[in-house]
Ligand binder design. Sequence first.
Ligand code: O2Y
Ligand code: MN
Length: 620
Amino acid sequence: MLRNKQLAAWLDEMKTLCQPDALVLCSGDDREYNEMWSLLLDRGVAKRLNEDRRPNSYLVRSDPADVARVESRTFICSEAERDAGPNNNWVEPTAMRATLNGLFSGCMRGRIMYVIPFSMGPVGSPIAHIGVELTDSPYVVANMHIMTRVGQEVLDALGETGDFVPCIHSVGAPLDSGDEDVPWPCNPNNLHIVHFPASREIWSFGSGYGGNALLGKKCFALRIASVIARDEGWLAEHMLILKITNPEGISRYIAGAFPSACGKTNLAMLIPTIPGWQVETIGDDICWMKFGDDGQLHAINPEAGFFGVAPGTSMDSNPNAMLSMTDNCIFTNVAETDDGDVWWEGMTKTPPAHLTDWQGRDWTPDSDEPAAHPNARFTVAAAQCPVIADEWEDLAGVPISAILFGGRRSTVVPLVNEARSWQQGVFFGAIMSSEKTAAASGKIGELRRDPMAMLPFCGYNMADYWGHWINIGRGDGAHDGDHDGDHDGDHKGTKTGLKLPRIYYVNWFRKNATGKYAWPGFGENSRVLKWIFERCEGVGEAIDTPIGNLPAIDALDVSGLRLDPNGVAALLSVEIDGWLEEIPLIEGHFASYGEPVPTALHQELNWLKQRLLEAKQEAG
Ligand code: O2Y
Ligand code: MN
């Protein structure tokens, strides 16, 4: 049945450990998808939505104790603690293996073990990688059908000797004879989301939700892939990928990293407000980039679907997301309307007079709690997005012209700032910060550094990851640790003829003196993309400033926006004092990662400080 010897042996080992009642090799076909829903409907955890309003779609309510990724229970078990870095929870691998053996022993009794061969990326792409997830959750099987490519073609691509990332998942709730199952089995008190970077394995126990359980996504495509990318000289990033086309029909591809609550999915599916320009989507969350023979970084979206946050999504904020989910959709923890459709906060200006909330309770606009869980999700095939680009599944990927790093800053950080060099661009990514919103823990307004939006997703020491980015700019990121102490990760050589993407730091959230957003955002962000596009074409005008290249005031197309010219100037100004106040904060940020921070980044920080001091002196 299984030609791949390594896979057959691992399967035997996991079957013996987990003791499922039966084993099913997933085909990825429609019959199997429907069978998963029959099981979930019988269990009472899923409901089929009104066929006339939301064809072939389901609503699922999770256990209220299992509603999101849990970073505090996510572990990177590298051999040395130093290699996990201060950005990860580390447990010594042998000790963790002993814990996991105890947890997984007999954990699938009374359940079926589904074997899901899946590809992250189009099957056959040189940028794609294969995984196999074993799970006892039919909900996970159904979601993996949409989020990845599943089935025999993956096994064929794997062949007899191909490598795969083994991903074992259990909800951690065995059923002994006489036990009655619950709608959403889970084991939140024993939650473990564990990664072994050396052997590239993933073990997940106790949760059936999202990133904890759909192991192709954050666990594989970011945490384990970031380690593989470090070792092989490529980039596995928490980035959207978009295609932008100018009125002359010339297209460019842009990747962008944004922390949560910065409108990443909206940007990936943006509808430009400037006449003649078009934006299409390649991906909304994850981007794998490898060098092509042309010296450019070529990107694929390793996922096949969107697992998007529902609350806040509307025909105003993101029509293309709304139109993606008209049918064939899975909704998790949203509210249900009385006519069997879905609703969430922000979907319409006026909420329905009555709903069933995400926990199955009656809800009215007078209720104290939101109707949908704030982390309620929709799962839908990317192919259903009305603006998915034709080439989104091209095996060779798409050539990336620009990389955006963004954050939510009400002061200091300008609307857009172009790095003068790859090294400065990496510095931008490394210092990315956002003000905390009400949804995040901590004081509102306090700065949270989330380098490259990878803080919860980098599978190794963040400072080494910065070193890897620096090495990528030299054309060969493959390295094997830093044995000679010069902080370059023992960089193996430099390729010539590279055409690296330009790097930009963007901030849609700067406020004016009256506390209002100074930039309209949403579709108007196309104006910033236009300037970036023009810079890549070699025509957009920029001014060299102490912090980077900013658009010349007339270079940013604000026609028809009716913005106060002083407001536009403020969005593109350099606040020398504000930036000087940032310097000790950045120093503290780097100090928190200690000695492995690359020299190149300290250099960038010193140059920034120097140029700001000179500018201050000149200004008198
Ligand atoms: O809470 C979860 O399990 C989902 S987290 C998630 C899902 C889709 C895209 N991005 C994220 C994220 O946390 O970055
Ligand atoms: Mn994400």
